[in-house]
Design a protein around this ligand. Structure first.
Ligand code: AP5
Length: 215
């Protein structure tokens, strides 16, 4: 099964992906996570990407397409994968289409997560991540048991550099301008499914997605 989770920053793509990959036994390919790991490791790609990410801008298409085209060749992708945060521009979607055509892969569903802007803002300003395992918490909706400490590995929690209010505003604008056109792009291919997710628990939203893609 090959899935794309599409949605604005803070829609819950990472959160729902984590639960979906457990249920469907496929890997999550999060371009945001891959880039953050490269930044942390100080690689050449990470150094290039950091400037864009900290400003809330998209990293150039050629870097991102290169990352994804290599990653999906890995053995763990042989039964499918879930793309979280990719594609994000029409150019990336076209490149992905070509990769699928060449590799004879079929995209099954694109889940379009719809969340009101005020809810996105609260989710992003409240988000805290674990420095060690990448665990995702929220001071408003999903707090850790001990403040500032990861429940799973006891790593320190931190706020992402791009979760500052002024950067969030830019990311939402970039989404509207560069990524939202993908909604019609995939609607025209008859594989887009809307999931309204402004309200409801994480588990309820995951159930909605599972109902669409089939349990
Ligand atoms: P990326 O990491 O992909 O960021 P994003 O798309 O902005 O998405 P987020 O990770 O902010 O949000 P999310 O939808 O995953 O929400 P989450 O599950 O955390 O990308 C970062 C940067 O990398 C980009 O800005 C860009 O520079 C670069 N980049 C990445 N991919 C790229 C690409 N393809 N092309 C070019 N550049 C690229 O949820 C948010 C919070 O809400 C959490 O705290 C969660 O607990 C909470 N929450 C979620 N759902 C619920 C719910 N139902 N109820 C209560 N709380 C909830």
């Amino acid at each position: 099964m090959i899935l794309i989770l599409l949605g604005p920053p803070g829609a819950g793509k990472g959160t729902y992906s984590q639960r979906l990959i457990e249920a469907y036994k496929i890997p999550q390919i999060s371009t945001g996570e891959i880039l953050r790991t490269s930044v942390k490791n100080g690689t050449e790609m990470g150094t290039k990407a950091k400037g864009y990410m900290d400003k809330g801008l998209l990293v150039p298409d050629e870097i991102i397409v290169g990352i994804v085209s290599e990653r999906i060749k890995d053995a763990d992708c042989k039964n499918g994968f879930l793309l979280d945060g990719f594609p994000r521009t029409v150019e990336q979607a076209n490149a992905l289409g070509l990769i699928f055509e060449k590799s004879k892969l079929k995209l099954d569903s694109v889940i379009n997560i719809i969340v009101k802007e005020d809810v996105l803002f609260k989710r992003l300003t409240g988000r805290r991540m674990c420095k060690v395992c990448g665990g995702n918490y929220n001071i408003y909706t999903l707090p850790s048991k001990v403040e500032g400490v990861c429940d799973k590995c006891e790593g320190a929690l931190y706020q992402r550099e791009d979760d500052k209010p002024e950067t969030i505003e830019r990311r939402l604008k970039v989404y509207a301008e560069q990524t939202a056109p993908l909604i019609n792009y995939y609607k025209d291919k008859n594989i887009l499914h809307d999931v309204v997710a402004s309200e409801g628990s994480i588990e309820e939203i995951v159930e909605k997605i599972k109902t669409i893609i089939g349990k």
